[in-house]
Ligand binder design. Structure first.
Ligand code: COA
Length: 355
């Protein structure tokens, strides 16, 4: 990606939100379903439990709760939103888009709404697109959501995949800010040659749903985990370095890294290569597993509400996913640490909207 054009408005995160379903699926539960063990899952992935959506909850239901929380923090109404980008691999339906369903449920009647299909990298891609929309003046208030109900496409007879994934939603409201603040670097990459490392073989135009595809379990995720692992480590390191270059920063100048939570060992390997100490890395995979596009905004909201980010901090977001896709963004944080204060009061005092 080319460098940020000079003279355009900055774009910053002005509110965050998350939601995870109540139901917890533990490693002990999985031991009763497939040939696995709590010890294997913890050692090889870092996961202890994940959340599972209730039968009457679709992705849009999770997304709407996360989005309302983010809008509340930003002090905006649903009608103020100009664009809704929903990053998901598990839309409620293929038509209409999940984003349009979210728009209707939120009552965000002034927004353009569309889905971002970039697997686990979707939220990072969404931040990059929102940065461009805001920077060029196309939109002021952009709602970027990452949401998944992966439990609907996970094969709970396949131990290679079923131990990894969980459901959840996270959201961020992005708004204009002074140039040189907010998002300072964006890096977005794909390599479609690697598409079959992680796929759902049927249900699209190439192989429409049929009795045969259902019998062959082709509507579930299939993964070549070992190969993905290597591409993930390399792609995440390279893209974070490239976003840092654009921001004019070294890895050591980051105060916090919020990585996609795919596997604890992937995160550790990336941070080793960057020389980043553990206390600067956000890890919650033990509680949620891999929630794909939702993992970064969920982690971000937890960090924001815990007061772990303060004004001026430099934060890196980095992800990898099916496609293959990978990417990163680097931001200078523009909100003060919340430290238990009501979210809206904090935000109202600091976000400068630049026209
Ligand atoms: C999937 C992953 C956890 C597997 O870990 P790994 O260390 O690579 O394990 P391997 O695939 O080499 O398998 C090692 C052994 O454990 C077994 N195994 C696999 N899943 C298992 C499970 N849930 N429980 C117990 N054993 C399991 C394998 O069958 C293999 O047995 P074998 O040696 O007898 O053949 C890891 O490769 C990974 O995380 N890859 C990236 C996946 C990813 O991030 N996907 C989403 C992209 S965003």
């Amino acid at each position: 990606m080319s460098a940020r054009p000079s003279g355009i408005r900055g774009a910053t995160i002005a509110g965050t939100g998350m939601y995870v379903p109540d139901k917890i699926l533990t490693n002990a539960d999985l031991e009763r379903m497939v040939d696995t063990s709590d010890e294997w899952i913890r050692e090889r992935t870092g996961i202890a439990e994940r959340r599972i959506a209730a039968p009457d909850q679709a992705s849009s239901d999770l997304a709407v709760i996360a989005a309302r929380n983010a809008l509340d923090m930003a002090g905006l109404r649903a009608e103020d939103v100009h664009q809704i980008i929903v990053a998901t691999t598990t839309p409620d339906r293929f038509l209409p888009s999940c984003a349009c369903t979210v728009q209707a449920k939120l009552g965000a009647r002034n927004a353009a709404a569309y889905d971002m299909f970039a697997a686990c990298t979707g939220f990072v891609y969404g931040m990059g697109i929102a940065r461009g929309l805001i920077g060029t003046g196309i939109a002021d208030n952009v709602l970027v959501i990452g949401v998944e109900t992966l439990s609907r496409i996970v094969d709970y007879t396949d131990r290679n995949t079923c131990v990894l994934f969980g459901d959840g939603a996270g959201a961020a409201v992005m708004r204009p800010c002074a140039a040189g603040e907010g998002i300072l670097g964006v890096s977005m990459h794909s390599d479609g040659v690697l598409g079959d490392l992680l796929e759902v073989p049927a249900g699209g135009a190439a192989s429409p749903a049929s009795h045969a595809t259902v019998d062959a379990r082709e509507h579930f995720i299939r993964m070549r985990g070992k190969e993905l692992f290597k591409v993930a480590v390399r792609g995440m390191e390279e893209s974070l370095r490239s976003a840092l270059d654009e921001a004019g920063l070294d890895p050591g100048e980051l105060d916090l890294i919020i990585p996609h939570q795919a596997n604890r060992r992937i995160i550790d390997a990336v941070c080793d290569r960057l020389g980043t100490p553990e206390h600067k890395v956000v890890i919650n995979i033990e509680r949620y597993g891999n929630t794909s596009s939702a993992s970064i905004p969920i982690s971000l909201d937890e960090v924001v509400r815990a007061g772990r980010l303060k004004f001026g901090d430099r934060v890196g977001f980095v992800a990898f996913g099916g496609g293959a896709t990978w990417g990163a963004t680097v931001a200078r944080w523009t909100m003060p640490a919340m430290n238990g204060k009501p979210a809206q009061a904090v935000v109202e005092s600091t976000v400068q909207v630049v026209k």
